[in-house]
Design a protein around this ligand. Structure first.
Ligand SMILES: N[C@@H](CCC(=O)N[C@@H](CS)C(=O)NCC(=O)O)C(=O)O
Length: 216
């Protein structure tokens, strides 16, 4: 099956999918969709045809688009079960999904680009306050996640196995730095990042390694 990932180097949700593809040893091509240039290529007709939500990532399977990173991750897990990114028991799988969803639905959507843009455009919120907004929601979510990782984590967010929870956590830590979150408050989360960033699959998925990366 030919896999093509429509992605942007700094898109945290695309990063989750890059990680899964790399960990499962799947080769894929990348199409860059610039989220900012010309008002954002995600709003243009070709992209909207693939994903009416005007978001990244989109994974093309031959000519079939799949959007929503969690749906893509579950598809990859079911289609390519090894190495598994979920633990073996239903309770443990629920715990991993709880952590992943805490980020996927509890943090990322509130600090997404279009939310920030709308706060500025429709509510006149200046850029520093927009950043404060995002920082506050990341901290709110990370406070909860850190407690869960203290209870259930090991070298990874859940035990010692790399799971969907780590695939959501690592990109969210990058976003946290962009919004000046004080990560010293979350030592268990940064310890996981230190551990996992040594793995080649994680190195290759980092924004700086992407073909459309821009040096900042
Ligand atoms: N729930 C979606 C969220 C996707 C999403 O928000 N993607 C961001 C990049 S990480 C995006 O494309 N934003 C475009 C915009 O805000 O205009 C998913 O998990 O795929």
């Amino acid at each position: 099956m030919a896999l093509v990932l429509h992605s942007y180097w700094r898109s945290s949700c695309s990063w989750r999918v890059r990680l899964a593809l790399n960990l499962k040893g799947l080769s894929y091509d990348t199409v860059s969709v610039h989220l900012v240039k010309d008002g954002g290529e995600q709003h243009q007709a070709p992209h909207r045809q693939m994903n009416p939500m005007r978001e990244l990532p989109v994974l093309m399977l031959n000519d079939q688009p799949i959007a929503q990173s969690m749906a893509i991750l579950e598809f990859l897990e079911e289609s390519y079960p090894e190495p598994s990114l979920l633990p073996s028991t239903p309770l443990d799988r629920a715990r991993v999904r709880q952590m992943a969803e805490l980020i996927n639905s509890g943090i990322q959507p509130i600090q997404n680009l279009r939310v920030m843009q709308r706060l500025g455009r429709d509510y006149d919120l200046p850029k520093p306050e927009q950043a404060q907004w995002s920082k506050g929601w990341i901290e709110f979510g990370f406070d909860a996640l850190h407690r869960l990782v203290e209870q259930h984590g090991g070298r990874c967010a859940f035990g010692d196995q790399v799971t969907l929870a780590d695939l959501c956590l690592i990109p969210q830590l990058y976003n946290a730095r962009r919004f000046a979150v004080d990560l010293s408050a979350y030592p268990r989360l940064t310890a996981i990042e230190d551990e996992l960033s040594r793995l080649p699959a994680f190195h290759a998925a980092h924004p700086d390694q992407q073909p459309d990366a821009v040096s900042t």
